[in-house]
Design a protein. Structure first.
Lengths: 100, 105, 326
């Protein structure tokens, strides 16, 4: 029973990661691709790691998997924010005419 | 039941491998540097997931420290890029950087 | 089924390795090459994982994801001219490359198959290490026991190499910058920005993880080298967020250089202590009453020495590369 649920979560998470990755290739602009990449870090990783959490045997492995999920949940959006800010300032500087 | 679990692991790893290839394509194609940094970032996250699934598939879940290390360290490369990019551009000396505009947050 | 997973992952990752290497070769701009080499490092780390070399993958992950990218980004500007203009190779060099490659492939036909248990390398010293490590040294991680005890002399050489590299960078980058660079004003992150608020609070977790890896190296993947790199990455984050001047306020530059040297001295002192207690150089069995306790004590202390040298070398490299910035 647990294995069925974990399999569903694993496959669903992998499919969501795949869909977001196809989005990274096909979307037209950098800022649109940033939206697609954000899906991978939060939804995709939580589904996959949730499936692995159900499959972990003892408490220590489950704790490590949960810690990975929590860290990805907090750090990855901050990194996306940092990249987006740098991109906005670069584009604004280019629009103003400063070379870069 | 263990055999069907193996098939699930194999399918999941194949899908994640294909997603990794997609990130690689974007890193090669992306016209600006930001596209490439985005691709490296998502490559890191997907390889964390792939390594975790692989260790569970081969029956050694105690080695998952590597994925934990990646989750902790992966931001340093992108942070270095962001910290240095606006400072290092030619012609920008005084108003570049990440507090240049919009200090209203 | 496990074999199938291994084969599939091996083929897919090797193909991605070749493609990323070709992308690095064919690209013009140095900043792009710096970003793409991050992907190369990630792919090779995952390959090491598939090959069951967990400790090597650990070190590759720690170094490739953080330290090498930070050091390259400090010097590469977006507007840099490419050093060599990428162009199509001439017919003679293509022919030479393909001929050499085919000769090498022909040369591998005499080698044993990948992972063959009857290969000569598995019959020389490896059975002794794998068989006797449990009784002679008694720690679960055989990689650590081989690295620290059976081949401890080689590891002493590696630590001295890291120390020498750090010293060489200090010599090359010593002194002040020329006058026109001093006028470059550098703007740092605002202290209430999202990036700084969250990432500053991740640094204690990174340092805690470094200590965990350092002392857990006997029982799982890890050890002194990886722990030093992770510790250095944590402090380098502080340097990236608040400026390398603030990072050097946390640890003084004088103490950084003292730290680099003291790790090597700790390692050498363990060896000399073994000499003084009646054994050979770096024979840990004489360090305590029973032989295995002596091995445990010796491995613990030399791993601390390795971690200290590597951590302070990373900090010193970052500080040297950022000498012009506040």
């Amino acid at each position: 029973m647990i294995e069925v649920l974990a399999s569903v979560l694993l496959i669903a998470g992998s499919v969501i990661v795949l869909i977001a990755s196809i989005g990274i290739i096909k979307l037209p602009d950098f800022y649109c691709r940033l939206h697609a990449a954000g899906v991978i870090d939060t939804m995709g990783s939580w589904l996959v790691l949730g499936g692995l959490l159900l499959l972990s045997g003892n408490l220590v492995n489950g704790f490590k998997v949960a810690i990975i999920g929590v860290l990805l949940f907090f750090i990855a959006p901050v990194v996306s924010h940092a990249i987006a800010r740098a991109a906005i300032e670069y584009d604004a500087d280019k629009a103003e005419g400063k070379d870069g | 039941m263990a055999d069907s679990m193996d098939i699930v692991y194999l399918i999941s790893l194949l899908i994640l491998l294909f997603a990794l290839a997609c990130s690689l394509v974007r890193a090669g194609l992306g016209p600006t540097w930001f596209d490439r940094i985005l691709a490296v970032n998502s490559f890191t996250t997907k390889s964390i997931l792939a390594i975790s699934v692989y260790f569970f598939a081969t029956g050694h879940p105690e080695y998952i420290d590597i994925a934990l290390l990646y989750a902790l360290i992966s931001y340093v490369g992108s942070l270095a890029f962001v910290s240095y990019f606006n400072q290092n551009r030619s012609g920008v000396g005084d108003n570049g950087g990440t507090t240049g505009r919009g200090d209203h947050q | 089924m496990g074999q199938l997973i291994n084969v599939v992952m091996d083929l897919g990752l090797l193909a991605m390795l070749v493609i990323s290497a070709l992308m690095i070769i064919r690209n013009h701009s140095p900043l792009t090459v710096a970003i793409l080499s991050g992907i190369y490092s990630l792919v090779i780390c995952t390959l090491f994982v598939i090959m069951d070399a967990v400790d090597v993958a650990f070190t590759e992950a720690a170094v490739g994801a953080s330290i090498s990218t930070v050091l390259i980004m400090a010097v590469v500007k977006p507007g840099d001219e490419p050093v060599l203009k990428a162009s199509w190779p001439s017919a003679a060099s293509v022919f030479l490359g393909i001929a050499t490659g085919l000769l090498l492939v022909y040369g591998t036909f005499d080698m044993p198959w990948y992972g063959d248990p009857s290969a000569p390398i598995h019959h020389h010293l490896a059975p002794r290490f794998l068989g006797q490590s449990g009784t002679e040294i008694g720690i679960p991680n055989v990689v650590t026991s081989v690295l620290s005890s059976y081949r401890g002399y080689d590891t002493l050489g590696e630590v001295v190499v890291i120390f020498t590299a750090g010293t060489a960078v200090l010599i090359l980058l010593a002194g002040d910058l020329p006058v026109e660079d001093k006028s470059r004003v550098v703007v740092q992150l605002a202290s209430n920005s999202i990036i700084k608020t969250i990432l500053i609070r991740i640094i204690p977790l990174v340092i805690l993880f470094a200590l965990y890896v350092q002392f857990h190296g006997d029982y799982g993947p890890g050890g002194g080298f990886q722990a030093g790199v992770i510790f250095g990455a944590g402090l380098i984050t502080h340097g990236l967020l608040s400026g390398s001047g603030k990072m050097l306020e946390v640890i003084n530059e004088k103490w950084v250089t003292i730290g680099m040297a003291s790790g090597v001295l700790i390692y050498g002192f363990v060896g000399v202590a073994a000499l003084l207690l009646g054994g050979e150089f770096l024979n840990y069995s004489v360090l305590a009453e029973s032989s295995t306790t002596g091995q445990h004590v010796g491995i613990l202390i030399i791993e601390i020495g390795v971690g200290v040298t590597v951590a302070f070398t990373m900090i010193s490299l970052f500080a040297s590369f950022n000498r012009g910035r506040p």
